[in-house]
Design a protein around this ligand. Structure first.
Ligand code: BV8
Length: 230
């Protein structure tokens, strides 16, 4: 049975109340990317970066998964083949909605990382500047998220999955951040059928065989029902 590979972005969590990046009034309208989502920004002003992620960590912890998150978990449970869920999101709403083995290619708000020794631990709700590492005690704790210019996580396994995909779906992403924005081309080269489910056509919409427009809480459950109905 065909392997389904799904890439999600901030749009799938929008109806759970979490801000997207590039929509009207989104996160990038409130903060400059280079100040809060780059290693240079963190080195320059760690307090600003911790404040940015602390606010999102606290908000994400209060958010509930929505019908799109739970529909993808249902697809994982009932699809006879493998369903690989890759997300650019750093919230844990896919897991809260019942999904398993989610590949967080941009890291997670729930994780903390030691910039000195690479040790990872569960982030406290609010991280502070000079957060000591539980393993090496260096004051170099940072959010375990992938900033611009840093290597996304799980790239080897993601490319392996894309090479075997029969169906590739991109859900709630503007298709402006690489390497995620190029996954549709990898999947198409492997012969996958490609579909985009988004509120508005993304910048990569023309690369997809099919584009389904609308809010994820409506389009994703309907898409899953149609897949499972065979
Ligand atoms: C890398 C951190 C090397 C965590 C993020 C010049 C040209 C091309 C590329 C580059 C370039 N210069 C630099 C680069 C590389 C750079 C890049 O792509 N820059 C872009 C801006 C040009 N990329 C990198 O640096 C990456 N690393 O390249 O390393 C490498 C290369 C190949 C292989 C290995 C290594 C690192 C990128 C990761 C950066 N970190 N976040 C955090 O703070 O969250 S990126 C950030 O953007 C988030 O992770 C977010 O997930 C991601 C993508 O945004 P989206 O999820 O798409 O969200 P957005 O708001 O944009 O869109 C929301 C969409 O939802 C919209 O389309 C909207 O219509 C839709 N929507 C809204 N509501 C709904 C909805 N859809 C459905 N229902 C709704 N209700």
């Amino acid at each position: 049975m065909e392997k389904i590979v799904i890439l999600t972005g901030a749009g799938i969590s929008a109806e759970s109340g979490l801000g997207t990046f590039r929509d009207e009034g989104g996160l990038w309208a409130q903060h400059r990317i280079e100040d809060v989502a780059t290693p240079e920004g963190f080195a320059r002003d760690p307090a600003l970066v911790h404040a940015f992620y602390n606010a999102r960590r606290v908000q994400a912890a209060k958010a509930e998964p929505n019908a799109a998150h739970t529909a993808l978990a249902r697809l994982q449970r009932h699809w006879p083949g493998e369903v690989v869920l890759v997300t650019q999101n750093v919230d844990s709403l896919h897991e809260a909605g019942g999904a398993r083995n989610v590949l967080h290619m941009h890291g997670t708000l729930a994780g903390a990382l030691c910039a000195a020794c690479g040790h990872r631990w569960a982030a406290p709700p609010e991280m502070t500047v000079g957060q000591p590492c539980p393993a090496c005690a260096a004051p170099t704790g940072r959010p375990d998220v992938v900033w611009f210019g840093e290597m996304p996580y799980h790239m080897d396994s993601i490319y392996d999955h894309l090479a075997e995909a029969g169906i590739f779906a991109a859900i709630g992403t503007s298709g402006q951040v690489y390497p995620a924005a190029a996954f549709v081309h990898e999947a198409a080269m492997a012969g996958a059928r490609t579909v985009e489910l988004n509120l508005d056509p993304s910048s990569g919409a023309s690369s997809f065989d099919q584009v389904i427009l609308g809010p994820a809480t409506e389009t994703v459950p309907a898409w899953v029902d149609q897949l499972l109905a065979g």
